[in-house]
Design a protein around this ligand. Structure first.
Ligand code: NAD
Length: 489
């Protein structure tokens, strides 16, 4: 497939170098595209700027009609888009379809916002004066996304932006141009006016052009913490608005009073789904003293039943890693574990005999909480087991990493559950469920190095992509001074 940019309502190739993209399970080519040059990015920004002047004036309920249409098209094309996700990212069919469902949910949720988008009406401190606040669009949104959720994550950025009256230039991951093309077709076929939504392909360089382009008002970035810092610094020079969704080092705390069978199932799903390449993937299990061996055995049992391979086979549970660099990164961590005399209970090596980038689901333990294995994002199918004396120590260990995305607690004691919820410092907390499984009507995001305090999804997304306008209307026909004329009646 030849993937192209979509700019001002027209498909055309970027004018930069050629990028070849291949299936991580087979290493067979999937698509070919040309990277976007600075001029290509500028052209997309000019089209988005012109479209903004018209789009912002369209009544929000009418903008919502387009989003309903996009949702319907995503629904109709769910299987087709999911197949491309599986091909490019190596996600299983159920996970890929679940991901498209997230975008469908977001389209309908945000379409409904076209008839809500609440502001506030607040009493004034002066008589005969009316005060209120309303949302305004920000302008052109530059959306930059990661490879691992090529449809769901962009939908969290693009759909709230559009309903609010912004226009968008989206640069997806260079690993997923075919999925990005199919996703973009839903916007095209929904009849969005030209320039309201634009796609530019390529990697870091066009991403950087977008961040540096002065007419882009807001950068919404999802990716690694390392890249997020570069983006933030560069955007700060122009005092540009930025929202960052970055890495994680998520933990599952398992207490003695937990349903251990449920905990083990939740752990394996959260750790090895998408081969551990989810920002919310469980990378640590912090286990209360006394149940370590029992839980370990159950985790190993369930892990041993996982089928690993090409996800076109529907019996496969765990697909490939995205590329050779990811395999090498995981291998380096396993080497480190061996050096630290940490026991490799299962996995620990790439799968030979398969053409793609497969790494066996790996369980390591016990891992010292201060080890780099327990602190750094591995982004592969590697689970580190850590021992803790009790809940207080488990919370301390959980909070001792620089990331703050998602933590889960397994317990059947309501006091422990609430102590966990209060003490854990991540943006998302689950009780009796693994660290993954976000729903689109709730805020999504993390603390510390996982971001810059912004949230995506839910009502929080409206805050990310709008400006508040505060309005004072004085109908007293005289000069009334706030804070000074305090007793006018
Ligand atoms: P990455 O940082 O390598 O790339 C992310 C995006 O940034 C890509 O589109 C890339 O082309 C672009 N990019 C790279 N350099 C750039 C630059 N200098 N300026 C502008 N854009 C640039 O990340 P990845 O490997 O695609 O994804 C994995 C990472 O994403 C993990 O760390 C994961 O935790 C994180 N992630 C976070 C969330 C979240 O919501 N918190 C969700 C998904 C993924």
């Amino acid at each position: 497939m030849q993937a192209q940019n979509f700019v001002g309502g027209t498909w055309k190739s970027g004018s930069g170098e050629k990028i070849l993209n291949y299936n991580p399970a087979t290493r067979e080519p999937v698509s070919e595209a040309n990277s976007s040059s600075e001029q290509d990015v500028q052209e997309a920004v000019v089209k988005a700027g012109a479209a903004f002047e018209l789009w912002r004036k369209k009544p929000a309920p009418l903008r919502g009609e387009y989003l309903y249409q996009i949702g319907m098209l995503l629904k109709e094309r769910k299987q087709r888009i999911a197949r491309l996700i599986s091909l490019e990212v190596g996600k299983t069919k159920v996970e890929a379809e679940g991901e498209v469902q997230e975008a469908i949910d977001m389209a309908f949720y945000m379409a409904g916002e076209g008839r809500r988008m609440f502001g506030h009406t607040i009493p004034s401190e002066l008589p005969d004066k009316w005060t209120m606040s309303a949302r305004e669009p920000v302008g052109i949104i530059g959306a930059i996304s990661a490879f691992n959720f090529p449809v769901a994550v962009p939908s969290w950025k693009i759909l709230p932006s559009l309903i609010l009256g912004n226009t968008v230039v989206w640069k997806p991951s260079p690993e997923t141009p075919a999925t990005a093309t199919e996703f973009t077709r839903c916007f095209e076929d929904a009849g969005l006016p030209p320039g309201v939504f634009n796609l530019i392909l390529g990697d870091a360089q066009p991403g950087q052009f977008l961040v540096e382009e002065p007419r882009v008002a807001h950068i919404s970035f999802t990716g690694s913490t390392e890249t997020g810092k570069v983006v933030y610094e560069s955007a700060a020079k122009q005092l540009k608005r930025v929202s960052l969704e970055l890495g994680g080092k998520n933990a599952i705390i398992v207490l003695k009073d937990a349903n251990l069978e449920l905990a083990a199932e939740g752990i394996v799903w959260a750790a090895f789904g998408t081969s551990g390449q989810r920002c919310t993937a469980a990378s640590r299990v912090i286990i209360e003293e006394g149940i370590y061996d029992q839980l370990l055995q159950r985790i190993l049992q369930i892990t041993s039943q996982l089928n690993i391979g090409d996800v076109r086979d529907e019996n496969v549970d765990v697909g490939p890693l995205i590329n050779e660099n990811s395999i090498e990164k995981v291998e380096a961590y396993i080497k480190r574990a061996v050096e630290e005399n940490i026991k490799v209970h299962c996995g620990g090596k790439r799968l030979e005999g398969l053409p793609g980038h497969f790494f066996a689901p790996t369980v390591l333990g016990p891992v010292d909480p201060t080890s780099p294995l327990a602190k750094e994002e591995i982004f592969g199918p590697v689970l580190c087991l850590i021992k803790a004396q009790g809940l207080d120590e488990a919370i301390k260990i959980n909070n001792s990493v620089s990331y703050g995305l998602s933590t889960a607690v397994f317990t059947r004691n309501v006091n422990h559950a609430f102590t966990g919820i209060k003490g854990i410092d991540t943006g998302i907390v689950y009780v009796n469920h693994g660290t993954t499984g976000a729903e689109i009507q709730l805020p999504f995001g993390g603390t510390k190095d996982t971001g810059n305090g912004m949230r995506e999804a839910g009502q929080a997304a409206l805050d990310a992509f709008s400006e508040w306008k505060t309005i004072y209307i004085d109908y007293s026909d005289k000069l009334q001074r706030a804070q000074i004329d305090t007793d006018l009646l």
